[in-house]
Ligand binder design. Structure first.
Ligand code: ADP
Length: 545
């Protein structure tokens, strides 16, 4: 055996490091009250210890679940470290889900404490009677802001909950494979499924997230996670931030383009992360107001395919490098990130852009393969597509609470995505297997059809879905929201596809709508789009074609 020290990889050790070595790095949060709260890692660590103390005080058992319904902010961060660090499990719940789904999730997880921002008081009022396991309700606010007649039994303010606790605490040492936190998938197909992360998976993921070919986070960065802390742990940024000691900037609930831009400029943000729909609001605002970034250098965009037009706009107009990333709740979430290899830097600009539009390469820790219907691996030639499987120490083995058979196939997790992988290992998501359009035995990538539409100057948002067809099984339809004040007709958009894809892949129809339904994490909800009356009406197309 090696003769080196053995320390378990615990989330508390990230915080101890941040406090000892980066104690004066700032954490800035836009509060739901609207003002900016500002303190340092050392203050955060002190209050996280008070959280651990209060959980001991109420005798919440090890692995007991603490649910949150909260925006990105400093109190939520204190819970990230105080709950997990003391051996309990932090369960971040997506407040944008339907109340019935929230109650179902809280019951399934067996949450015993629920901490929530006052924004979500009506939600908690609506669901608390359906959540028998929850014993403590904590509002993330000052005592003075606590509503007196909430109707929620024993409701207490977070500040009065932790204030009397001593500020010292010895973080317990335990097996690094112990559970640390959990997230539920959004349940677009059936009930949501619980993914239970461990300290080890979280710390290894944090190391990897900070690497130069991942998000390249360092102590010199000011990092803005626009991606919510309830969306797969804000993609691991809170942990990677403690690991590097960077400055953290939290947007609270104000995710509109104007507020995000203001925060980036005022706080000197160098790196930001979010889903494409949120960045679209930022880019629209900047275009309308003719603004430029003075400090932002890089942004990671993922959670849904990033339209090439967005990558181009960030890079060419604003000098911001886009790192296109792919992942899922089940992969903690980083599964691939697109940064270029040395040999690609000499490629012509358009070739580089093609590469940047892919979802990228596997970080050490999340390997992937594509397989055919027979389960056999397919070649990495950039053309052959198949079902994407992943494995690694931060990939799920089974869903909560666990089963005998687990969730793997021969040790690999089937992602439900369809992808190609090229000779250099760049993975490109063609589609989710349930969104891919099967026309006459050939597959059409809905993402590709959307990306082309999104490059049209009059298109604000576009979704491609398949509708049934008597001859071809399915045909693509493009659903479009136009930019305010811009006109676009069907023929013009269809003509825009000419020469960009094969003729048979061009959508059969264009449907203009005022709004495309977005899911709880800001992604287009294809299932709801398919049910829109305008789309259902197309289900019975004329027989002859
Ligand atoms: P859900 O959307 O089911 O709630 P996740 O947030 O875990 O769950 O989403 C994971 C899925 O999002 C992936 O399986 C994939 O289909 C899609 N996805 C994530 N990032 C990308 C990306 N960069 N490009 C295309 N699809 C993506």
């Amino acid at each position: 055996m090696g003769l080196m020290q053995s320390h378990p990889l615990l989330i508390s050790s990230l915080l101890v490091h941040a406090e000892r070595h980066h104690g004066d790095s700032e954490i800035v949060s836009r509060r739901i009250e609207g003002d900016l709260h500002r303190y340092q890692w050392r203050d955060m660590a002190r209050r996280a210890r008070q959280v651990a103390r209060v959980l001991d005080d109420i005798q919440l058992p090890l692995s007991g679940r603490v649910g949150t319904l909260a925006w990105n902010g400093y109190r939520h961060l204190e819970l990230y470290f105080g709950v997990s660090g003391s051996g309990r499990v932090l369960h971040t719940i997506n407040p944008r889900l339907h109340p019935d789904q929230i109650a179902w999730i809280a019951n399934h997880a067996g949450d015993q404490v629920l901490c929530f921002d006052l924004t979500f008081l009506p939600l908690v009022q609506a669901v608390h009677s359906q959540c028998p396991t929850i014993l403590y309700y904590v509002a993330l606010c000052d005592q003075k802001d606590l509503p007196s007649d909430s109707g929620i039994p024993g409701l207490i303010s977070y500040e009065s909950w932790i204030e009397k606790q001593p500020e010292d605490y010895t973080w317990p040492q335990f097996d690094e494979n112990a559970a640390s936190s959990m997230c539920y998938t959004s349940g677009t197909t059936g009930h949501p499924k619980g993914v239970l992360y461990s300290h080890r998976s979280t710390v290894l993921h944090a190391y990897s997230a900070a690497l130069p070919d991942s998000m390249a986070i360092s102590a010199r960065d000011a990092v803005l996670p626009v991606v919510p802390m309830f969306h797969v742990n804000a993609w691991g940024i809170p942990y990677a931030a403690a690991l590097t000691g960077c400055k953290l900037v939290f947007p609270g609930k104000q995710l509109d383009g104007k507020s995000v831009y203001q925060l980036i400029e005022e706080e000197g943000v160098t790196f930001a992360a979010g889903v494409p729909t949120v960045w679209q609001m930022l880019l629209d605002h900047m275009k309308n107001e003719n603004l430029r970034f003075s400090t932002l250098r890089r942004t990671v965009i993922g959670g849904a395919a990033c339209p090439p037009a967005m990558i181009q706009a960030f890079q060419a107009q604003y000098g911001v490098e886009v790192i296109h990333a792919w992942g899922m709740t089940e992969t903690s979430p980083l599964g691939s990130l697109c940064t270029l290899k040395n040999k690609s830097l000499t490629l012509p600009a358009d070739e580089q852009m093609k590469l940047r539009c892919k979802q990228g390469r596997a970080p050490f820790g999340c390997d992937f393969k594509i397989v055919g219907d027979d389960g056999e691996p397919l070649p990495w030639d950039g053309k052959t597509f198949g079902d994407l499987y992943v494995k690694g120490p931060w990939v799920v083995r089974d869903y909560f609470p666990g089963t005998e058979e687990g969730a793997l196939v021969d040790g690999w997790f089937p992602t439900g995505d369809v992808a190609t992988i090229d000779t250099d290992g760049y993975m490109h998501i063609t589609d989710r297997s349930k969104d891919v359009i099967k026309s006459g035995g050939e597959w059409i990538s809905s993402i590709e059809i959307e990306n082309i539409a999104m490059a049209h100057p009059a298109v604000q948002l576009a979704a491609c879905v398949g509708v049934s067809h008597p001859k071809w099984d399915e045909r693509p339809i493009i659903v479009v929201v136009t930019r305010p004040g811009m006109a676009l007709d069907k023929q013009e958009l269809l003509a825009f596809y000419d020469g960009k894809i094969a003729k048979w892949q061009i959508p059969d129809d264009v449907v203009f709508v005022d709004e495309i339904p977005l899911g709880a994490t800001g992604k287009m909800l294809k299932s709801r789009i398919r049910q829109m009356p305008e789309i259902s009406a197309l289900r019975e197309p004329a027989a002859e074609e």
